[in-house]
Structure formats: structure tokens, C-alpha cells
Design a protein around this ligand. Sequence first.
Ligand code: ADP
Length: 268
Amino acid sequence: MQNKREIHADRIVIKIGTSTLIHNNSQPNMHVIERLAYVLSSLKKAGKEVVLVSSGAIGVGMGVLGLKERPFKISKQQAVSSVGQTELIQLYNQALHKNDMVAAQMLLTRDITDYPESHTNVMNTFQELLEIPNAIPIINENDSVTVSEMDHHTKFGDNDQLSAIVANLINADLLIMLSDIDGFYNGNPKKESTVKYDTVHAINEEIIGAAGGHGSKYGTGGMTTKLKAAKLILKHHQQMILADGKEPDIVLNILAGDNVGTLFSETD
Ligand code: ADP
């Protein structure tokens, strides 16, 4: 195992998962939000281009509305998500303000890849936002309007894939995926004794088999959706690192080349 990695990343997409952002009682993890805001701001001030893809809208909404269980009905989930999204952005914004930054919310649908005009518009918005010295784009799927029908699909599926699509679109140097686990293992580490992969070069059958089934109570996709994201990243010859986000300062370690998490990359 190498001690240092060669990481050269100026344009970075960071994705944070629900299980990292939300406590088990549906309350947002303010430590994570505060430190994430600090890290994003520090990177921006250091001249990096950063974009955050944040999950957590439904989880935060459940907390605000006092719901114990995630609603089953899709329309109810969409309503809870819209409550949670507002609250979440407000929390990020307050934390960013302390670092002289502001949040720029972008709620996207798959139209950005399917319709040329939508694609042009979103690319122009990214371009402008990345040039604003104190704006941090925070992205989520636009839950209340996306559909998944026979001839019309505007859902991204999940935020893991959304973050990879965004990284592809803006040609990011690195996608950092912050989860509640410190990397990708050869089986579910919460259930069996497993070994962490340092680097994954290709999403082959062995790797897919290791992803197993589902994630945590609040998270949605487990490793399956993260591997789909990794596949998109590798297809575009980009890099992704999956790491534990409970201390978001880990992003600074990753960018310093510390050997943390699991690197998905064609090369070492
Ligand atoms: P997030 O909310 O960050 O998107 P999830 O809860 O959906 O995260 O997925 C992370 C969980 O996936 C881990 O906590 C772990 O229990 C589970 N998991 C299943 N298989 C693996 C594996 N091979 N390596 C790492 N974690 C795994």
C-alpha cells in the first residue's frame, strides 16, 4: 500500500450522502454541515472550483415535520423533500456565510443531459457560478417534478449517479463521495469480516459482487449506486474517491494525497 497518492484536482465535485448528514433521529448533523462549509470555502478561497451534491432533503424534511418513518407514497416523499430542501439549504447557507461564502442552489432533472437547450443552460449556469469567487453551487435532484415513465425519464435515479453526471458534465478532475463508511470493501463491512480496497481500476464482476444489497436506514443506494457512479467516472477517464464523511476535513487530506478511502481510477 502506497503512503501517498498523486492527486491533481482543481475542479472538484463533492457528494455527501444522507447517512452522513442526518442523525438517526432525523436531525441534521450540524458538525458535518459546519465543517463541510468550512472545507468548501477554504478550497474556493485557495482557487479551486468546487461543487457540492447534497442528499438529505427527505431526511431533514422528516425531522422538520416530525415523521418517524420515511413516507411510502411518492407524492408524500416529494412534499417532505421540498420542506427538507429549503431547511437544508438554509443550514448550508448559514454555515457558508460564516466563511464569507453563499450557497447557489441548483435543482436538476435529467433534461440537462437529454435536451440540448437545457444542457446549454445548465452549462452556462455552471460556468458563471464557478467564476463567482464566493458562490458554492449546491445541487440536488428536483424531486417534485422528476418523472420516470415509459417514454419520458427525467430522474437521475439517485444522487450518486447525479454527482457522477455532474462531474462528467463539468469535466471535474475528481469526484469525492462522502459516505458513512471509509471505503469500498470486498463485502458489507457491517455484516461480515471484510477487507477494504485501496484502489479499484475497473467495475468488474468481483467488484459488483462485493457491493451486495442495500445501504443504511436513511441512505438509499448502498454501494450499488456508488459503483454505477464509479463506472460513469471511469468511462470518462476521471477519478473518484469514496471516503468517510463524518469528519469532512478528510477532503483536505484526500487532496493532499493521503491514502484514505478507496480510489476509483484507471491508473494508480
Ligand atoms: P450514503 O447515504 O452515503 O449514500 P448508503 O447508506 O446508501 O450511503 O451506503 C453506505 C453503506 O453501504 C455502508 O454503510 C455499508 O453498510 C453498505 N455497504 C454494503 N456493501 C458495502 C461494501 N462492499 N463496501 C462498503 N460499504 C458497503
